[in-house]
Design a protein around this ligand. Structure first.
Ligand code: CDP
Length: 218
């Protein structure tokens, strides 16, 4: 069986950076499941579909042609169009979290995510990696941090990418998205059984990576 490490947690906890670094260190594949939900949000917006029209969203999810290029930085193509930048905005994250609340949408994306489980191993980043997508994962980590720290990190990250962001507004948007992700009926954001909890509020990225490597005995 191909080994999987799942890293779940809320926005801005450092999952993306940590999972990418871990995958690189181990020479394993990397699944950014949030990018799949974000890409679907882009596809739905471009098709001028109402995000509340779940049947239509599911049809887009089933038919969308997504391609990942594991470059540094990684690139995502939707029907041949490079959407790597488009998926990074908080607007896109917010639409992603609205469509992600629906069971049939999540179901339509399940196999696309499981297809990433290939030799020699996979590091999977998301909200339900350890609970739903890879419940038999070899190692499960739940990475979190205080809401204040997470908003500040995301603010810094978006600003570095040249986005026009306001910390107060971003904090509110992130809190709203967290609430939606935790309270939804389908695959809510929660600590998976058997997961190790890491609070990264007072840790550097390197310290978090070291702790993860400790957990997996690497
Ligand atoms: O990067 P950030 O943590 O802010 O968000 P993301 O991982 O790109 O995910 C964007 C949104 O997609 C989340 O707020 C969730 O609503 C949804 N999502 C999900 O439902 N399940 C996943 N496995 C990953 C993302």
């Amino acid at each position: 069986k191909v080994p999987v490490i799942t890293i779940d947690g809320p926005s801005g906890a450092g999952k993306g950076t940590v999972s990418r670094a871990l995958a690189k260190k181990l020479g394993w594949h990397f699944l950014d499941s949030g990018a799949i939900y974000r890409s679907l949000a882009v596809a739905v917006t471009q098709a001028a579909i109402d995000p509340q029209d779940i049947d239509a969203v599911v049809r887009v999810a089933e038919s969308m042609d997504l391609r990942f290029e594991a470059n540094d930085p990684p690139r995502i193509f939707l029907g041949g169009q490079d959407i790597s930048h488009k998926i990074q905005t908080e607007d896109c994250g917010s639409t992603a979290s609205k469509i992600a609340a629906h069971g049939p949408v999540r179901q339509a994306l399940l196999q696309k995510q499981r297809d990433f489980q290939r030799e020699p191993g996979l590091v999977a980043d998301g909200r339900d990696m350890g609970t739903v997508v890879f419940p038999d994962a070899s190692y499960k980590i739940f990475l979190t941090a205080s809401a204040e720290v997470r908003a500040k990190r995301r603010h810094k990250q978006l600003k570095e990418k040249g986005a026009d962001v306001n910390l107060d507004r971003l904090t509110k948007e992130i809190e709203e998205r967290d609430r939606r992700d935790k309270e939804r009926a389908e695959a809510p954001l929660t600590v998976p059984d058997g997961a190790v909890l890491i609070d990264s509020s007072d840790l550097t990225i390197d310290q978090v990576i070291a702790r993860c490597l400790d957990i997996i005995g690497g």
